[in-house]
Design a binder for this molecule. Structure first.
Ligand SMILES: Cc1cn([C@H]2C[C@H](O)[C@@H](COP(=O)(O)OP(=O)(O)O[C@H]3O[C@@H](C)C(=O)[C@@H](O)[C@H]3O)O2)c(=O)[nH]c1=O
Length: 186
């Protein structure tokens, strides 16, 4: 296999990325991001920012976050320690899967990442204590364009695997979707 392989997921534009993991007596080596390979697969990704988070407690939920145009962004998410249930919600106006969600189990060392295109909200639940995530972003952080969906929104009906713990005050205050929500036009 080449160094990176993309697997289509049920929401158009959402991919699981499989890394080739090289193991030897010292341990392991994997390329987590490769601009050339992604471009060759038709999913070019220009990285503007790399972020890292640690969620101390199992059950912790962060999200669901996205940036509105013109600062919409793609994200490449990799779990570096522990495990998470990683969720993408399609908020693209006019998408056939508008407001559908998809979740993937990501675990440290599993050789997998989730690639979200612009127009998706992202969140996750830590399945272990001390879950560590690495995020690669295609846009700069633009707090004035940040938006959020409620993790409890009945219209999304996300089936969180564990009771929700440790929501930040900001995440607890995201409003429920209104009937007027049309999504983002990219
Ligand atoms: C996202 C972000 C936050 N911050 C600051 C704002 C705040 O003071 C502190 C913590 O921010 P938050 O509470 O938004 O962190 P958090 O809730 O972990 O936000 C993250 O959630 C997951 C689900 C994502 O998808 C990420 O892109 C990001 O939005 O860090 C930055 O300086 N740069 C950034 O890019």
């Amino acid at each position: 296999m080449s160094d990176l392989r993309l697997h289509e997921l049920p929401l158009v534009g959402l991919f699981a990325l499989e890394h080739k993991v090289h193991g030897d007596e010292r341990g392991r080596f994997a390329r987590l991001f490769c601009a050339g390979s992604l471009a060759a697969c038709g999913q070019p990704l220009a990285i503007r920012q790399i972020n890292h988070s640690i969620s101390r407690q199992r059950g912790t939920v962060r999200g669901l976050h996205f940036q509105r145009p013109p600062h919409s962004e793609a994200k490449l998410i990799t779990c570096l320690r522990g495990a998470v249930w990683d969720v993408a919600v399609d908020v693209r106006a006019g998408s056939p899967t508008f407001l559908h969600w998809h979740a993937e189990h990501l675990e440290a060392g599993d050789g997998r990442s989730l690639l979200l295109p612009p127009g998706f909200a992202h969140g996750f639940q830590a399945l272990s204590d001390d879950a560590e995530l690495l995020y690669l972003h295609s846009a700069d952080y633009s707090p004035e364009y940040e938006a959020g969906l409620s993790v409890h929104d009945p219209r999304l009906a996300i089936a969180w695997p564990l009771p929700i713990e440790n929501l930040s005050p900001r995440d607890a205050s995201h409003p429920l979707l209104s009937d007027q929500f049309q999504g983002v036009r990219l």
